[in-house]
Write a protein that binds this ligand. Structure first.
Ligand code: AP5
Length: 219
């Protein structure tokens, strides 16, 4: 069985930050549904046009669009040895669809690290976030600043602030998380896959905790 990992957590918990580090250490692709949507917005594709209105409002893109997009990505050859999913699934329907897809493709969810952070801290994290234009690498003006202001350490591309990191949109995203995504905590707990991780700790401590759970061979 090929192992897949699902990172769960509220907006700003540090899923993207951790996923980039862990995926590299484990030698598997980091698949972020948010990044795929943003690439499509940037290129103004049909998918980007469909997703834009929902993302700008801080709402979830409808399940059928999202599921099709992620399944297409998982069918690419670089996922043959597994992948780390960040931001998907985010509704019970997406979780059910993923289970069926993996069962059909000799895959399984090995574990679901749930990075938990108090709601008050999420706003602080998202309002200080800077993201790289080329690859979506993530920084924070206070907690994880780039070496040179406004420039990505890893690929030299410019850093920008996401449109959906405005305060009102962040509040909406957090509410949507509690209504639509939080039910997945029990869903994966009941399957014995969920491991809660204290996301309030510094980035490298959270990485160590996630690595322990993921237990990938390339570590
Ligand atoms: P998406 O891009 O997935 O956003 P999100 O889940 O809201 O998560 P974020 O990217 O905001 O946060 P994160 O947990 O990755 O935190 P990060 O590591 O950046 O989705 C965006 C939109 O796309 C959605 O609103 C929706 O419209 C659509 N979408 C995406 N997937 C979908 C799906 N499956 N279904 C339907 N719609 C979907 O960290 C945040 C900041 O904190 C950074 O600045 C970082 O440097 C800092 N930081 C990280 N860890 C720490 C730490 N331990 N201590 C201090 N600072 C830290």
């Amino acid at each position: 069985m090929v192992r897949f990992y699902v990172l769960l957590g509220p907006p700003g918990a540090g899923k993207g930050t951790q996923a980039a580090i862990i995926a590299e250490k484990c030698g598997i692709p980091h698949i972020s549904s948010g990044n795929i949507f943003r690439e499509n917005l940037e290129k103004n594709t049909e998918l980007g046009k469909q997703a834009r209105v929902f993302m700008e409002r801080g709402e979830l893109v409808p399940d059928d669009i999202t599921i099709r997009m992620v399944e297409d990505r998982l069918l690419k050859s670089d996922c043959a040895n597994g992948a780390l999913l960040d931001g998907f699934p985010r509704t019970p329907a997406q979780a059910e669809a993923l289970a069926v897809f993996l069962a059909d493709h000799q895959g399984e969810i090995f574990c679901v690290p749930f990075i938990n952070v108090d709601s008050n801290e999420l706003i602080d994290r998202l309002s200080g976030r800077w993201t790289c234009k080329a690859e979506g690498h993530v920084y924070h003006s206070k907690y994880n600043p780039p070496k040179n202001e406004g420039v990505c350490d890893l690929d030299g591309s410019p850093l920008y602030q996401r449109n959906d990191d405005k305060r009102e949109t962040v509040q909406q995203r957090i509410e949507v998380y509690f209504k639509q995504t939080a039910p997945l905590i029990d869903f994966y707990k009941e399957k014995g896959l969920l491991v809660e991780i204290d996301g309030a700790k510094p980035i490298d401590e959270v990485t160590q905790a996630v690595l322990k759970v993921v237990a990938c061979e390339a570590e």
